[in-house]
Design a protein around this ligand. Structure first.
Ligand code: ZN
Ligand code: ZN
Length: 381
């Protein structure tokens, strides 16, 4: 986030707090707003969604002492409420040579294709070198406990993002020096090569297409002009995410430039296994052992759910593997009706018998001489 982007946004107004609000107050206000404006609570309300985003963005900055200080400085430097356009180049970092590859190559993705497009008569994007640019999408991964994935959870997500080096403002040149025009390409960033009837322009290898060469590299970034910044985002993972699912958090990626929108944050979710519950789609599954007498005579069996226990009536004559459905005790769904809990009954066979038990079973066997394999007899013979 450049100082200028900061200057264009009023984070204090977004949260409705005063400039000298304490971090505790900011946190309190944010929590309430985040709760009220949460998309789960306001389905289909674009207005609430936008507000939710801007509140999250404001909190991201104001909750971080360093970022808040930077933000306050930027606001006092440029004044609040500044709109895009008319601002001198340099991205709001006074005193530093601000070298922006995107500007040189013509913005938007800044690929070499832009340079070539410009050379070969395409419009290029040089026409609007200072147009707003959307921030890059950022990929992240998070591992959630099984129950958290089912219920939804707010997790801190540490991200490392690359940004302009603060020492050299991204130029890559040591303070007090500035990059020189590349001698190989004369600063154009491209060289021409002739092959048969065609001339090709290709990115200059000496300066890697930048048109500039750093003679005395900045000690902080070793001449790359980039440093990696750690930032921690608080991310609300919606209820019901699945292992391997990717969720897109709009506007939580890299900040845009020159007033452009922020990129998105793509979070790949991993979900750890649960010792008891499984999941198929929006249904939870659980296997519940019952004794042979319970299965044969019927019983009320207490079954755990992710949210307390329920009693399942196992009717007399229940066979091994029968599945009972407990409605609404599965995974929450956007539609409002949660999935179900599927309870599989497993008839437990005792591994040890006392003499008394053995006698009782032998007595039972004598009373029930039916052959359960009768239907297999023809096949066997
Ligand atoms: Zn060059
Ligand atoms: Zn540097």
């Amino acid at each position: 986030m450049s100082a200028r982007d900061y200057a264009e946004k009023d984070y204090y107004a977004a949260l409705g707090v005063s400039k000298d609000a304490s971090s505790a107050d900011i946190k309190k206000v944010y929590r309430k707003l985040a709760r009220d404006l949460h998309p789960d609570k306001n389905p289909g309300d674009n207005n609430a969604e936008e507000r939710f985003k801007s509140v999250s963005e404001a909190y991201d900055v104001l909750s971080d002492d360093t970022k808040r200080r930077e933000y306050d400085e930027a606001r006092s430097l440029f004044g609040g409420g500044l709109r895009t356009g008319g601002f001198p180049s340099g991205g709001g970092q006074p005193g530093g040579f601000n070298f922006d590859l995107g500007d040189l190559l013509g913005n938007q993705g800044g690929g070499f294709g832009d340079v070539l497009g410009g050379l070969f008569g395409g419009q290029g994007r040089r026409a609007q070198p200072r147009a707003p640019r959307r921030g890059a999408d950022v990929d992240a991964e998070v591992t959630l406990a099984f129950a958290d994935a089912v219920r939804g959870v707010t997790v801190p997500l540490r991200l490392s993002t690359k940004g302009a080096c603060p020492t050299c403002s991204g130029s890559g040149a040591a303070p007090g020096t500035s990059p020189k025009a590349c001698e190989v390409c004369g600063g154009a960033g491209v060289t021409n090569r002739n092959q048969g009837a065609f001339g090709f322009a290709e990115p200059c290898r000496a300066c890697r297409g930048t048109g500039r060469v750093v003679e005395t590299p900045c000690p902080t970034c070793r001449g790359t002009g980039e440093t990696t910044k750690e930032r921690t985002l608080t991310v609300r993972v919606p209820a019901g995410v699945k292992d391997g699912q990717r969720i897109r958090l709009a506007g939580r990626g890299s900040p845009g430039e020159r007033g452009g929108p922020a990129g998105d944050l793509m979070v790949k979710v991993h979900v750890t296994r649960h010792p008891v519950f499984g999941r198929t789609g929006d249904n939870l599954t659980v296997t519940v052992p019952v004794t042979y007498p319970e299965a044969a005579l019927g019983a009320n069996v207490k079954v755990p759910t992710l949210d307390g226990q329920v009693t399942v009536k196992v009717p007399a004559g229940t066979t091994n593997g029968r599945v009972f459905r407990v409605r609404g005790r599965g995974v929450p769904r956007k539609s409002g009706t949660p999935g179900d809990l599927l309870v599989t009954v497993e008839v437990a066979v005792p591994q040890k018998l006392s003499n008394e038990q053995r006698e009782a079973l032998e007595k039972y066997a004598a009373l029930a001489p039916d052959d359960p394999r009768e239907h297999l007899r023809e096949v066997i013979l």
